[in-house]
Write a protein that binds this ligand. Structure first.
Ligand code: GLP
Length: 241
């Protein structure tokens, strides 16, 4: 694991975007695993900027998103699909057929999970998986649990995750209580993982996840077992390192 401590959010975003661009330059049809949340917004903004300047070409790039809320449609501003189109996908030359996001509107959860796992199988392994981290150590929506859930699954979100994510909704009651998420095995099968974190509020969990015991109670702790993880955090998020 390489841990890179940078000054602030902007430097984190710049470094993360450079790594993503490197992957696209070296393998134009690479499979990028993408994340949502506030943390990657600056990274995506850099990618959009560089695309507009002619510095990166997404025409062959394939993407697969980690997760999606259950029961909200892609045109709902709070859906992760909306987030991805708004922050990245609408602004670059990626082909529609190369974009993969769980369908939050599918009420047959089992079928949707199987469909998404088939998508992952067809893509082969993810070349670079971008991850943020929740305050309880969740990655994607793999919440603390007694086991690491391997495959795509529908999950009941924890109270702390609902509370943390409610900042983006008008009211906490509007936050979906369920979501689809890629499983830990699919994440861990990625050839490279890029974990980004910013802010003092992530300092405890970053230390716990990367230096504490490996346990499904802290899903991100599984990353300690991966051969090729790059962590980019700002001084605040990595203040315990
Ligand atoms: C959500 C997402 C995660 C993300 C986490 C942290 O729950 N499902 O993928 O990493 O939030 O988000 P933020 O970057 O806003 O702190």
């Amino acid at each position: 694991m390489r841990i890179i401590k940078v000054k602030n959010y902007d430097e984190m975003s710049l470094n993360a975007a450079r790594i993503i661009c490197g992957h696209i330059a070296l393998k134009p049809n690479c499979v990028l695993g993408l994340a949502t949340g506030s943390t990657p917004i600056g990274t995506y903004a850099n990618l959009v900027k560089w695309y507009k300047e002619g510095g990166v070409d997404f025409s062959e790039t394939r993407t697969v998103n980690l997760d999606e809320y259950f029961g909200i449609s892609p045109d709902n501003e709070n859906s992760y699909s909306y987030f991805m189109y708004n922050h990245l996908l609408n602004h670059v030359n990626i082909k529609a057929e190369n974009i993969n996001i769980p369908n939050g509107m599918s009420h047959d959860t089992e079928t949707e999970c199987e469909r998404y796992d088939r998508v992952l199988d067809q893509l082969g392994s993810i070349d670079l998986q971008l991850l943020g981290i929740g305050h309880n150590g969740h990655v994607g929506f793999n919440e603390p649990s007694d086991i690491f859930v391997k495959k795509t699954h529908a999950i009941e979100l924890s109270k702390s995750t609902i509370k943390a994510n409610s900042r983006l909704f008008n009211h906490i009651d509007e936050v979906p209580t369920r979501a689809f998420t890629m499983g830990m095995q699919s994440i861990m099968k990625s050839k490279e993982i890029l974990l980004i974190a910013s802010g003092q509020d992530k300092a405890d969990i970053m230390y716990e996840a990367l230096c504490g015991p490996i346990t499904p109670q802290v899903p991100a702790s599984a990353l300690q077992l991966h051969q090729n993880v790059i962590v980019i955090g700002d001084e605040a998020a990595l203040s315990k390192f």
